[in-house]
Design a protein around this ligand. Structure first.
Ligand SMILES: NC(=O)C1=CN([C@@H]2O[C@H](COP(=O)(O)OP(=O)(O)OC[C@H]3O[C@@H](n4cnc5c(N)ncnc54)[C@H](OP(=O)(O)O)[C@@H]3O)[C@@H](O)[C@H]2O)C=CC1
Ligand SMILES: O=C(CO)COP(=O)(O)O
Length: 331
């Protein structure tokens, strides 16, 4: 089937290759003519995914919105989360009314506190049964190398989740399904804040114990916030939760981890932003998580501490100290 991917960033392009490997005809939409021309004519995305020397033959690209989505049964959105709403609005009347829209994005919209399922559905006036989210331990470069990996597809309609999961299943890319859209969205977005903190601790020179402490407390924080938002707590123990936390917090391939690591080594936020190879979604999402915590009455010490790092420049030792209150409490 024809599947269109909006956004030819690192993950959009790697996921496009997964879809092509699964036998679909894939059209990438990108705004830069250089990227469009590279994918269409040379089967290469030199800007965002240079490690793949030749993308599959059944993968092409266009910069024309109407041409991109015409006839697409599935439209995948892989745009930096803070720009998803504005980028999607021009597609509202172009996407077929039977098409399923799938989000790969992991972030919370900063000025509204909305998850990407909410943003995408609002921007495209989409009913719940036509929206799916894909999230898991999916570092794009490893999947572009076709290393064995797995992900989770969430849709309120489990049959639609199965349709999407079948469309992107390959020998190296295993897919699972769930109806817990909120849980999947919260896992993917909030683990980026944890990865910033772990990266910062690593960059500052701390070892395994410190990393494990931040990851475990971070998991407790994102599970509590997710549950308050309506998620199934079991989702947080799965691939999209603890699985993604392990991958993202343990790899320099993660932009969030690397951003944090650069802060830990002494870079300013502006310097770490300039050094980043792609969007570090945890940066704008951190304040949104703090606001969600306030809204739901859930303590978010990790997000609050990272917010002070990003907004006030507090050092790593202070960030770590702020994870815990002075009192001893039950775990
Ligand atoms: N990389 C990874 O390993 C994974 C990433 N994700 C998530 O997927 C999403 C995309 O990530 P990824 O592809 O890696 O990010 P990149 O930083 O590589 O690319 C970001 C994409 O967003 C596009 N974009 C930014 N602003 C706009 C705009 N105003 N209008 C249209 N397009 C815009 C960029 O286009 P342009 O090139 O023109 O700037 C680019 O295609 C993120 O939410 C990320 O968290 C999820 C799983 C894995
Ligand atoms: O979400 C990811 C892996 O699952 C990618 O993480 P980064 O966005 O930090 O690179």
């Amino acid at each position: 089937m024809k599947i269109t991917v909006l956004g030819a960033g690192a993950w959009g392009t790697a996921f496009g290759q997964v879809l092509a490997d699964a036998g679909n005809d894939v059209t990438m939409w990108a705004r830069e003519p250089e990227i469009v021309q590279g994918i269409r004519d040379q089967h290469h995305n030199a800007v965002r995914l240079p490690s793949v020397k030749r993308l599959p033959e059944n993968m092409t690209a266009t910069g024309d919105r109407a041409e991109a989505v015409c006839g697409a049964r599935i439209v995948v959105v892989a745009i930096a989360a803070q720009f998803a709403r504005i980028a999607l609005e021009p597609f509202k009347d172009l996407i077929s009314e039977n098409a399923i829209v799938v989000s790969l994005m992991k972030g919370i919209e900063r000025n509204t506190g909305k998850r990407m399922d909410e943003v995408v559905r609002e921007a495209l006036a989409l009913p719940a049964e036509r929206f799916a989210a894909v999230s898991g331990p999916n570092l794009s470069k490893e999947i572009a190398d076709r290393q064995p990996s797995a992900t989770v597809v969430a849709c309120e309609d489990i049959d639609v989740a199965h349709t999407v999961a079948s469309a992107c299943a390959t020998e190296y890319f295993k897919t699972f399904v769930t109806t817990d859209v909120i849980g999947l969205e919260m896992c993917g977005s909030l683990k980026n804040v944890v990865a910033l903190a772990v990266g910062m601790a690593r960059g500052a020179g701390y070892g395994e114990n410190t990393a494990a402490m931040i990851e475990t407390r971070g998991l407790a924080e994102l599970t509590a916030l997710g549950e308050a938002a309506g998620a199934n707590p079991r989702t947080f123990a799965g691939l999209a939760g603890v699985g993604d936390l392990i991958a993202t917090c343990g790899s320099p391939l993660s932009r969030n981890y690397t951003f944090g690591s650069n802060l830990g080594k002494g870079m300013s936020v502006a310097e770490a932003t300039a050094a980043s190879s792609g969007v570090a979604e945890g940066v704008p999402t951190t304040d949104a998580v703090v606001a969600l915590g306030r809204k739901f009455g859930v303590p978010t010490p990790l997000a609050c501490a990272m917010s002070r790092v990003l907004d006030e420049g507090i050092p790593c030792a202070q960030m770590l100290a702020e994870l815990f209150s002075a009192d001893i409490s039950e775990e």
